[in-house]
Design a protein around this ligand. Structure first.
Ligand SMILES: NC(=O)C1=CN([C@@H]2O[C@H](COP(=O)(O)OP(=O)(O)OC[C@H]3O[C@@H](n4cnc5c(N)ncnc54)[C@H](O)[C@@H]3O)[C@@H](O)[C@H]2O)C=CC1
Ligand SMILES: CC(=O)[C@H](N)C(=O)O
Length: 636
């Protein structure tokens, strides 16, 4: 009885219909017996034979030799009772009309309507597969694909994980069908199916169903950001899903979509607004392991550790990324404090990005640095091609990046481009732990304190570039026609100065500004870097020309930083939250309301209290309940 498995589950999902099954219970007229488990059921040959060709055959084989007894060991008594009852009920007319196939349909529909839930999913799926039940299969798919969260939850079910191990083809088909089903909604065409990946050990964390891949080549799909052109064009169609193999390199047939790693850093914080302005906010996806609220408010922002290749792959697919701007790095000074971490982040990051570039036909821009040069490099007018024996881990990893980028370009045709930046000066975001950071800190100190203690010696000359020029160079190289590029990495520079010279330039605009020099370990690093670099190749090949020299940069920097500081002070004074103070907890001049502003508490008496509790006024320390309120607010 090939369909009895479905019947078992299907019948058990339906209440017994005692009244309509009355003849079934009548022993008096029965002329055969069906035995299942420990129970015997009196029955009627005519009814069973009419309902089922299998019964008919069995009765024929018995050939009138006594009362036929049919033993069924596979199914228990309850299942058999329900099965027989269904044959006897009022639906028996239909049974006759459709032969037993009707019963199968009945059971399928019954199961599909009432039974598919997380617990029964895999069992019913197997039944559907075993008996070729389209209805049941579709019900399982529907259950999984009500939305993306449900799909993820189903993939994480232990039974589903087990199915991926026991019958990966079946599990895979189900997955693809569910993804396909989801594709009709706004939720997207692919999912991060961690359970599936774990079970199969396949490389990509995300994939598309075969059918969807085909449709992704359409212009509409590309315009809607649903494309993964290289995957779609993969010669081993769908093979990409299983192997992570490369697609055929293609010209991009749609506007670029950018993923920026390390977006919250000094350069990302300014490059992203520029890209969002030139394209659209939604086509520039910022990513980092730290949040940058401004970037998040201006467009998509996702968490992404560049060491996690699967996550990078998922983000690239989910967003139809065509260009990656890879900025996630540990800079020179911070890298020397934790060289192993710098090694991991800097080398794994670029390796992951370059590998994904092959698979997804990505354009890569990843800046390098003057830190690739070392003691043995000529220090004046350092050319593009010269000795590169850096003394820092940062420099070592950047030499690795330059060589790897060039290798991937030659070997795999990856469009890799890079600029060897000197120290970058900017007003918007503080630098992230480099040797040239002093050239930004000095401006903040000049405007807030009127003096600066420099960690480099007065005569340490280094090359620099101002952020507007840095962004211009970056954008121009990214968009330059490939044919004009004679090398993958170019020197760029705009000016060279010492801390003393920068101090003098600032003092010309901030009268009375003073400097002290207290060199630390960064001095040793700076001594190994070039004094000036030769960027003539960049000028020749793609027309590079900086706008800002030392004086122009200093003036612009002081003006824009002063404006920013004014804005920040205004922001700080805006109260955001008001909390009534406990009676007796306020200072004498306080109106009894504690206001939490962007950077501190206002006590209602006009004075601002600092956020750190050790610097709160004594009346706050005396009142522990108030202090607790403050802590709660600080967590807010
Ligand atoms: N700012 C400068 O003066 C210069 C920068 N460059 C290069 O420019 C690029 C960007 O530099 P900046 O923006 O200045 O650096 P930054 O230190 O300001 O920013 C780096 C960002 O990377 C993020 N990050 C760190 N580990 C990460 C990880 N595992 N996954 C994802 N993100 C991670 C950090 O959170 C940070 O926001 C780097 O490649 C750097 O080598 C080159 C020369 C000079
Ligand atoms: C020049 C750089 O790469 C960076 N600013 C650093 O000082 O580490």
């Amino acid at each position: 009885m090939w369909w009895i498995g479905i019947i078992h589950a299907g019948l058990c999902a339906r209440p017994l219909e005692d009244s309509r099954g009355a003849p079934f219970r009548s022993k008096a007229t029965s002329d055969c017996t069906v035995v299942a488990g420990s129970k015997s059921f009196p029955a009627h040959q005519a009814i069973l034979a009419a309902a089922s060709p299998v019964f008919e055959q069995l009765f024929k084989e018995n050939n009138g030799k006594g009362t036929p007894v049919i033993r069924e060991d596979k199914y228990d008594a309850t299942t058999m009772e329900r099965f027989l009852l269904a044959l006897y009920t009022g639906d028996a007319n239909e049974l006759c009309a459709y032969d037993v196939k009707w019963l199968k349909s009945f059971c399928e529909a019954n199961l599909a309507d009432s039974e598919v839930d997380d617990d029964s999913l895999v069992q019913l799926l197997c039944l559907a597969d075993e008996h070729g039940s389209k209805v049941l299969w579709e019900a399982c798919v529907k259950h999984m694909s009500s939305d993306r969260a449900q799909l993820r939850a189903c993939l994480d079910l232990p039974a589903v994980e087990q199915l991926f191990k026991d019958d990966p083809e079946l599990a895979h088909s189900l997955m693809c069908a569910a993804v396909e089903e989801l594709g009709e909604s706004d939720e997207g065409q692919y999912i991060d199916a961690a359970a599936y990946n774990r079970a199969r050990g396949w490389r990509p964390a995300a994939w598309l169903s075969a059918e969807k891949l085909k449709s992704h080549t359409s212009a509409e799909a590309c315009a809607a950001g649903l494309h993964t052109t290289s995957a779609a064009a993969s010669p081993q169609f769908g093979g990409y899903l299983r192997t992570g193999q490369a697609g055929v390199p293609q010209e991009w047939d749609h506007d670029p979509r950018f993923l920026v790693t390390g977006a919250s850093g000094q350069i990302g914080a300014e490059l992203i607004p520029l890209l969002r302005e030139k394209y659209s906010p939604s086509s520039v996806i910022a990513s980092d392991v730290r949040l940058n609220r401004e970037l998040m408010e201006g467009g998509p922002f996702v968490y992404c550790d560049v060491q996690d290749k699967d996550n990078l792959a998922r983000i690239i697919l989910e967003n139809g990324v065509s260009h990656v701007v890879h900025l996630a790095t540990l800079l020179s000074a911070i890298g020397e404090r934790n060289p192993q971490l710098a090694l991991r982040v800097n080398t794994h990051g670029i390796q992951n990005i370059l590998d994904l570039a092959i698979q997804h036909n990505l354009h890569i821009y990843a800046p390098s640095t003057i830190a690739v040069f070392g003691k043995t490099t000529p220090r004046h007018n350092t050319p593009d091609v010269t000795i590169k024996e850096p003394s820092t881990m940062y420099g070592v990893t950047k030499v690795h990046q330059e060589l790897l980028g060039s290798y991937y370009n030659q070997k795999f045709g990856v469009d890799y481009r890079s600029l060897r930046y000197p120290g970058v000066i900017s007003s918007r975001t503080m630098p992230g732990g480099g040797t040239t950071d002093y050239a930004v800190e000095i401006f903040h100190a000049a405007l807030t304190k009127g003096s600066y203690d420099c960690f480099l010696a007065a005569d340490t000359a280094l090359p620099f570039i101002y952020m507007p020029d840095c962004l211009k160079a970056t954008y121009e190289l990214m968009m330059a026609p490939n044919v004009g590029l004679k090398q993958r990495t170019y020197n760029v520079t705009a000016m060279t100065f010492t801390p003393a010279e920068l101090g003098e330039a600032i003092a010309r605009q901030v009268p009375g500004f003073e400097m002290r020099y207290i060199p630390d370990f960064r001095q040793e690093i700076a001594r190994t870097w070039p004094v000036s670099v030769d960027d003539s190749n960049a000028r020749k090949d793609w027309g590079w020309a900086p706008k800002y020299d030392l004086d122009a940069m200093t003036k612009h920097m002081l003006d824009s930083l002063a404006d920013r500081l004014k804005e920040t002070r205004k922001e700080k004074r805006k109260p955001m939250l008001e909390v009534p103070l406990a009676a007796g907890g306020s200072p004498p001049q306080c109106d009894g309301v504690l206001k939490l502003g962007a950077a501190g508490f206002e006590d209602g008496g006009g004075g601002w209290c600092c956020m750190e509790s050790r610097r709160l006024p004594s009346w706050l320390h005396e009142r522990r309940c108030v202090e607790r309120q403050c802590k709660t607010l600080l967590n807010y």
